[in-house]
Structures are given as structure tokens and as C-alpha cells.
Design a protein around this ligand. Structure first.
Ligand code: CDP
Length: 220
């Protein structure tokens, strides 16, 4: 186990519905960490841009609208949530069919990712200031771009049928295969298994087993 005064950073990457959120929240609870879901950051900016009537195709307008958006943070339990101009959108808005369908188009825009880069890195300082034992951050590019230097980097995966079944169980309308394809093939920070990350197939393990595996890996 890392010594009690060593702050740890865990990165958790993977495609849609592979179990990143449940695993990250469980680890945060077990190890006393702050949890950050960066997918919700992209969803929050997507909501704001759609709300301002700006489609993903209007590059120049997007840059202008992004300049007007001020990022802030609200802590909810162990999770740090992104606010835009002081407001944190509710989960039902972040996971609406329209946002599910549009978010990967917005997430492929370099200016939009640039807007989040320094903010996402700064959350490690926030977690330290708030006396958390560390930070667990989930997304698509956390171990590759945001915290490539992190000591503990994981990449979760599961077969497509398992993932589709999980999403259907949550009652969501979401084309996860299409979203993954867009995320994997974009130029800016594509979805990849970061070099040296530990890969875990979540289809054949319970959530508790995955959390146990990761905790064991960190402690050893
Ligand atoms: O919950 P789910 O796994 O379905 O998706 P999410 O984590 O909420 O992410 C929504 C979308 O945001 C992804 O499909 C990516 O297009 C984008 N994203 C990204 O580009 N980079 C990240 N670090 C996290 C999410």
C-alpha cells in the first residue's frame, strides 16, 4: 500500500459502458479518493453548446461560444462535478438521447478538448487541497494525455453484447458502438489503451471482483 502521506492518481480509461463509473466510484469509496468523470465534462459542454444553438459542425462559432463559458467545480459526495457559469446540469440532461447522439462529435473538436485540459489536470491539486488520499479520473484519454505520468493506469474492456445489455438495463437510448468508433478514430486524443496500462475485461467479473483486482494491484 502506498504510504499514508502519498497522494495517488488512478486513471481509468475505456469505451462506453465498460464499467468505468461504477468501478471508479467504488475505488474512490474504498481508498478515500476524489472521483472525476470526464465523460460528464464533454456532456456538459455539449449541453451548453446545443443550448446556445451551436451544432458541432460550426467550428468558428464554437470557439467563440467556448470563450464565454466559465468552468467551475462542485463537490458532490466524493465526486467533483463541472459547472458552467456556476450551473451543474442534472444527470438526465447530460444523458439525454440528443447528448448521447452528439457528444462524440463535440469531443472530437480540438478547441473543446483544449478548454478542458488544464482544468482536468488542476483537479489533482483540488483533491490534494481537500485532503483526499488521491484522485481517480475516468475517461478516454486520461492515462494517455491528461495524466500520462500517473502511477496507476487501467483500461477496462468488455464484449459488445455485454455493454449493450448494460446500457439497455439503464434504460438509455445510446449507440455505443458508433460512439466508440468515432472516439477511436478521431485525430484529437483518440480512445486508446495507454501504453503500460493494466487491462481488465469486466465482462467476466463482478464489480466487486474488478475493484478488488485493482486495489490488490495498487497495494502490491
Ligand atoms: O458513460 P459512457 O461511457 O457512455 O460515456 P461518457 O464517459 O459519459 O463519455 C461520453 C463521450 O465523451 C465519449 O463517447 C467521448 O466522445 C467523450 N469523452 C472523451 O472524448 N474524452 C474523455 N476523456 C471522456 C469522454
Amino acid at each position: 500500500m502506498p504510504s499514508s502521506n502519498s497522494f495517488i492518481i488512478i486513471t481509468m480509461d475505456g469505451g462506453a459502458a465498460v464499467g468505468k463509473s461504477s468501478t471508479s466510484k467504488g475505488l474512490a469509496e474504498r481508498l478515500g479518493l476524489m472521483h472525476v468523470d470526464t465523460g460528464s465534462h464533454y456532456r456538459t459542454l455539449t449541453c451548453a453548446l446545443l443550448g446556445s444553438g451551436t451544432p458541432a459542425e460550426q467550428g468558428e462559432t464554437i470557439s467563440k461560444v467556448l470563450e464565454t463559458l466559465e468552468l467551475s467545480t462542485q463537490i458532490d459526495g466524493r465526486s467533483a462535478k463541472l459547472g458552467i457559469n456556476g450551473m451543474v446540469p442534472v444527470d438526465s440532461d447530460l444523458r439525454s438521447p440528443e447528448v448521447n447522439a452528439q457528444v462524440s462529435k463535440f469531443a472530437a473538436i480540438p478547441e473543446l478538448r483544449q478548454k478542458l485540459f488544464a482544468y482536468q489536470r488542476s483537479l489533482a491539486d483540488l483533491a490534494r487541497d481537500q485532503n483526499y488520499a488521491g484522485l481517480v479520473m475516468e475517461g478516454r484519454d486520461i492515462g494517455s494525455i491528461i495524466f500520462p505520468e500517473a502511477a496507476y493506469r487501467f483500461f477496462l474492456d468488455a464484449d459488445e453484447a455485454t455493454r449493450a445489455a448494460r446500457r439497455a438495463k439503464e434504460g438509455q437510448t445510446d449507440s455505443i458502438a458508433a460512439r466508440d468508433e468515432m472516439d477511436r478514430t478521431r485525430q484529437a486524443a483518440p480512445l486508446v489503451c495507454p501504453r503500460g496500462a493494466t487491462q481488465i475485461d469486466t465482462a467476466h467479473h463482478t464489480l466487486e471482483e474488478v475493484i478488488e483486482k485493482i486495489t490488490h494491484h495498487i497495494e502490491s
